[in-house]
Design a protein around this ligand. Structure first.
Ligand code: SAM
Ligand code: SF4
Length: 455
């Protein structure tokens, strides 16, 4: 097959990886590649990997493994493993994937272009896991590899110093470092000029932004970002309960552009397990932070992460988690069965929980949360939510009726991060609209726009 000039980037894992993939896309675009959703079409295939759980790691090996035979038909095909699994595995990746061309670690992205050029001139099996690249990327070009036309992730920090005992992140993404606020604001100004209306500021622990550098606090950064014209909404992830300051809660309450939503991972409701996880807070402290948030921002939407089946977690510890979830009443949760990561200390903890028991606990937690999420969504009916319009819905709702030939079913998100679908002739991506909610579903809301707000 001839050279086509197409590149395919497959992203596994978190929001940070979505951001990193767009950066890799920017580099490929500058080298003359166009994106294709079809890996069969591509001359270069990149898998941006996640090492947080065993399953995610296996997905990366199985995705890249598919292209061994294609290389025989297409000798110029370049295959790349990027990100956390690449950093963790280094040269070992070639043992399972002998046809792989480049292993690009988490701190080697600024050398991606150079490595691609070397591969194009015939070099093979390059590994770059050098942790020396602490430079935050330059301003992005708005490339064809972007995923959302109105909302973008912006990295404000890299790495993590918290060393939760289950987590591989500090080992594969290095120590915590904050990006200078001027560079963040410059990037966001460029995004706003290119039509982006919402930014999500990303870091493993955004609440400690600037602390190590003794510079601007995260609350201070929010003020700077809120001053950027054209940006309607600001979100951020992830917050750590131990660093959620009163200053930040007050900034969230005061700054209209900062969404009434917080993702605050609790991980467990049992003090004994929180201690073994090295989370640095107690159940009581977590609940007091939730109270402080709700008294400053009464209609705040809350979500969390939970790990079930951490080594030595008893039935009673798990019941503490269930009780906390019931008490807080989260809008949504991300729950995971504990997965051993060989770099992380918990892999050597005694008293593992049986796999079947882990899955039973996970399923019970998820089933309970489904009922809570459904109830929370039902409470939205009759209310008017301000929605940032993202585009035409991927799937048409059963109740969708065309009132004119131009009516489309649009989709967007409320400030509290709920997906809202509604019919419209006129609204376009980037508009803010007030939508009256008529129906609630397990994962979305359906309503009628009252009027167009502003663009
Ligand atoms: N920095 C964030 C924090 O402090 O919560 C999130 C980091 S991690 C990439 C995302 C989530 O994956 C964590 O909140 C945790 O619930 C989950 N996670 C991390 N390591 C895990 C493991 N070994 N097994 C299962 N889930 C894990
Ligand atoms: Fe991992 Fe804990 Fe750091 Fe989050 S705070 S990235 S869970 S070590």
């Amino acid at each position: 097959m001839n050279y086509s000039g197409y590149a395919h980037i497959h992203t596994i894992g978190c929001q940070m990886n979505v951001y990193d993939s767009e950066k890799l896309g920017t580099v490929l675009n500058a080298l003359g590649y166009q994106p294709t959703p079809d890996p069969e079409q591509a001359d270069i295939i990149v898998c941006n990997t996640c090492a947080v759980r065993h399953k995610a790691e296996e997905k990366a090996f199985s995705f890249l493994g598919r292209f061994a035979r294609d290389k025989q038909k297409k000798p110029h095909l370049i295959t790349v493993m990027a990100g956390c699994v690449a950093q963790q595995e280094g040269n070992n990746a070639f043992q399972r994937l002998p046809h792989l061309d480049l292993v690009l670690g988490t701190q080697a992205f600024s050398r991606f272009s150079r490595h691609i050029e070397a591969l194009k001139s015939g070099q093979r099996r390059i590994t770059d896991t050098d942790p020396s690249d602490v430079i935050f990327e330059a301003l992005p070009d708005d490339t064809a590899f972007a995923e959302n036309p109105v909302s973008k992730f912006v990295t404000i920090m890299q790495g993590c110093d918290n060393f939760c005992t289950y987590c591989v992140v500090p080992y594969v993404r290095g120590r915590e470092r904050s990006r200078p606020w001027q560079s963040i604001v410059e990037e966001i100004k460029v995004l706003a000029d290119n039509g982006i209306r919402e930014v999500t500021l990303l870091g493993q622990n955004v609440n400690s932004y600037g602390a190590k550098e003794n510079s601007l606090s995260f609350a201070g950064l929010l003020e700077k970002v809120a001053a950027v014209d054209g940006i309607h909404r600001i979100r951020f992830a992830t917050s750590h309960p131990k660093d959620l300051s009163e200053e930040l809660i007050q900034a969230m309450a005061k700054l209209n552009k900062v969404c009434n939503h917080l993702h605050l991972p609790v991980q467990s409701g049992a003090d004994r397990i929180l201690k073994k996880m090295n989370r640095g807070y107690t159940r009581e402290l977590y609940l007091s932070r939730i109270d402080a948030l709700r008294s400053a921002i009464p209609d705040i939407g809350l979500s969390t992460d939970i790990i079930v089946g951490f080594p030595s977690e008893t039935v009673s510890d798990f019941e503490d988690t269930m009780a906390l979830v019931e008490q807080v009443g989260f809008d949504s949760i991300f729950a995971f069965a504990y997965s051993d990561r060989s770099f992380a200390p918990a892999a050597r903890f005694s008293d593992p929980v049986d796999e079947a028991e882990k899955m039973a606990r996970l399923n019970r937690l998820l089933a309970f949360q489904d009922t809570v999420t459904r109830k929370k969504n039902e409470q939205m009916t009759g209310r008017v939510l301000r929605v940032l319009v993202e585009g035409v819905s991927a799937k048409q709702h059963d109740g969708f009726v065309k009132t004119t030939p131009h009516t489309r079913q649009m989709t967007g998100r409320s400030e509290t991060n709920k997906v809202v679908h509604f019919p419209s002739d006129t609204l376009t991506p980037g508009d803010l609209a007030d939508v009256r909610i008529d129906n609630a579903y397990p994962h979305s809301l359906w309503g009628q726009p009252l009027e167009q707000m502003f663009q």
